[in-house]
Ligand binder design. Structure first.
Ligand code: ATP
Length: 580
């Protein structure tokens, strides 16, 4: 797989509205939990008003000359304050936990949908975007949002309600205290607007730089042997160092913007405090307010700055988390929504389709068509073999039919799930059992053994001393190419798809193995719609229909017998192959 063009065409980043829509879908039917959460947080914020107001009353009582018998008044208020603190703490804790659970669930749903979408992306799309981009979204961005949720969600939810309830509390003491607060508002609005203008771009650039770093690391690790063989180590190290420095630079800029925001917020706090003190002074001097009222207002004001600053500080994390969320949702929106292309009016129904390629053309490099105007309909249950010289475009056709590549033009319709078997079988570093159950989770050992027997893998099973429990792959037993093909075919039987595309499933094996694999492929194909890239013409002879391709076009098609009778290119190929 080439990753040289990696990053040339990145996956999209969802805008705010799309993120909100997907978040709403992810919250789904949990609206009642959300409403309950709001009630709990408002109650917690209201409980927080009790202490400052009670302290103000005590100050006034003391100021107006508390008699010794009135000590019980102070005790009563003390008890009310203690009770309110406990209730407030319990409600806040409950709110924080409930908010985290709710939003963690939402994130879990988004994460699952992203993984589903990532698997549905055509391989060519992932290659164009760069595998590193996808890995960085599934890793860095998911980690970023997960890290932000426990701090951001409770802070935003709790702070908003505390601010609203506290401002009301200050207005109740005297509306001028609430007016004094307005001094803070323009400073904060200006700071925040400045920040929101600066920060998103810097955060997005920081994430993109991280994606680049992941891509370069992957490139170098994947091509490690070539890197070593050609002595390219220093070059790759300097490339990775360059992209790593770019991450450092963007991170420094992001932190710089953060610090500038904090400085502006402190200025707002200073002005607000001065405003409340001046109002208190004027009100007391005019006899319009009490010292207790000013004390309560000041306490409420001080209490306000915790949540305001918390909110503004987490705006930063919120920005960063939203940038990541946009990248996660971007993967969801990039995936083809329906999977199967919509059928044009008047076309056959899905049950009649099997596999249908209409006017499919493709090129990897502009100006060098690999497929030109391919029309091919494989009926349900039919086996069609594709033959042709090397480079004729057979593998490309198979990959497009399977949905691995999107055709440059034309349409592909499939009546159901499709499995593509190629020569490159990935053997996972795990037991034989787990290598099989990945296409049918929960399959019994008996089902697995039946599948292995049907593809003629008895020898593999008896060779592995621990049978299905034997580790295979990188750190376990090594499979021969033929055994790997058998494993791939057994996986198809277990997956049980209606459509199978076999590309060179038998080509690697020696002749004895080739015959056995050809038989296994026939077993796997029976009762399914099959497109087989036939390197051995015996596979073509056994198919219902044969397509001969030349330079990206269909040159001949018909049954094996028809094509022999026609006496053209296929007949000559068959004659040569039979002699050999
Ligand atoms: N990923 C790719 N990028 C660029 N060119 C490609 C890519 N894959 C295939 N090609 C080119 O497309 C043409 C058709 O290749 P394809 O593999 O589809 O043919 P084929 O008939 O299956 O050949 P073979 O039997 O050798 O596999 C060839 O010229 C090949 O070099």
């Amino acid at each position: 797989m080439s990753t040289s063009t990696a990053g040339a065409d990145r996956l999209p980043i969802a805008d705010g509205r799309t993120v909100l829509r997907e978040a709403q879908r992810a919250i789904g039917r949990r609206w009642r939990q959300l409403a309950l959460l709001v009630v709990v947080l408002v109650a917690a914020a209201t409980a927080g008003l009790v202490s400052p107001l009670a302290l103000g009353s005590i100050v006034d009582a003391v100021g107006s000359g508390l008699r010794s018998g009135d000590a019980s008044f102070v005790w009563r208020l003390g008890a009310v304050m203690a009770g309110a603190i406990v209730v407030g703490a319990v409600l806040t804790a409950a709110g924080v936990v409930a908010a985290s659970v709710l939003f963690e669930r939402m994130l879990a749903v988004l994460r699952e949908r992203m993984v589903e979408a990532a698997f549905a992306l055509p391989q060519s799309r992932v290659e164009r975007a760069g595998t590193g981009d996808l890995i960085s979204r599934a890793g860095d961005d998911v980690a970023e949002v997960s890290r932000a949720i426990p701090s951001v969600v409770p802070a935003v939810a709790g702070s908003l309600f505390t601010i609203a309830v506290t401002v009301v509390g200050m207005a109740v003491i005297d509306v001028w205290y609430a007016v004094a607060l307005l001094v803070v508002v323009p400073v904060h609005i200006v700071s925040l607007r400045w920040y929101l203008r600066q920060a998103p771009g810097v955060y997005a650039a920081e994430r993109a730089a991280m994606a680049d770093r992941a891509q370069h690391l992957l490139d170098s690790l994947r091509g490690l042997e070539s890197v070593r063989a050609f002595g390219l180590g220093p070059h790759h190290v300097s490339r990775i160092a360059a992209v790593s420095w770019s991450v450092v630079r963007w991170t420094m800029r992001a932190r710089g913007i953060q610090n500038a925001l904090y400085a502006r917020l402190n200025l707002g706090e200073l002005l607000g405090m001065a405003g409340v003190l001046v109002v208190g002074f004027v009100l007391v001097a005019q006899g319009a307010g009490s010292i207790g009222g000013t004390t309560a207002a000041m306490l409420l004001f001080l209490r306000l700055f915790g949540p305001i600053n918390q909110l503004l500080f987490v705006v930063d994390e919120l920005q960063s988390a939203l940038a990541s969320l946009g990248r996660i949702v971007g993967v969801i929106t990039a995936a083809p929504s329906g999977g199967l292309a919509a059928a044009p009016p008047g076309s056959p129904s899905p049950a009649q389709v099997g596999l249908h390629l209409e006017a499919v053309s493709h090129s990897y490099v502009d100006g060098h068509p690999v497929l030109t105007g391919i029309d091919l309909a494989v009926r349900p249950g039919e086996t069609v073999a594709i033959v042709g010289a090397s480079g004729a475009g057979k593998s490309t056709l198979a990959a497009i039919a399977a949905g691995v590549h999107e055709p440059a033009s034309g349409a592909v319709r499939r009546s159901g799930a499709v499995v593509l078997v190629t020569q490159e079988v990935h053997v996972f570093d795990s037991t034989l059992r787990e290598n099989l159950t990945l296409t049918r989770p929960g399959a019994t050992d008996a089902e697995l053994l039946t599948a292995l027997h049907r593809v003629g893998a008895e020898r593999l099973v008896s060779r592995l001393t621990r049978g299905l429990s034997e580790p295979i792959g990188a750190s376990g037993a090594t499979l021969t190419p033929a055994e790997a093909q058998q494993l791939a075919l057994a996986r198809v039987l277990l997956a049980d798809p209606p459509i199978v595309i076999l590309d060179e499933a038998t080509a690697e094996a020696g002749s004895a193995d080739a015959g056995r694999l050809e038989h296994a492929a026939a077993v796997v194909g029976s009762g399914r719609t099959v497109l087989v890239i036939a390197h051995r013409l015996s596979q073509a002879a056994a198919a219902d229909r044969v397509i001969l391709m030349e330079r990206g076009r269909i040159e001949e098609q018909g049954t094996h017998a028809d094509l022999l009778a026609a006496g053209h290119r296929y007949a000559r190929l068959w004659a040569a192959w039979s002699r050999a």
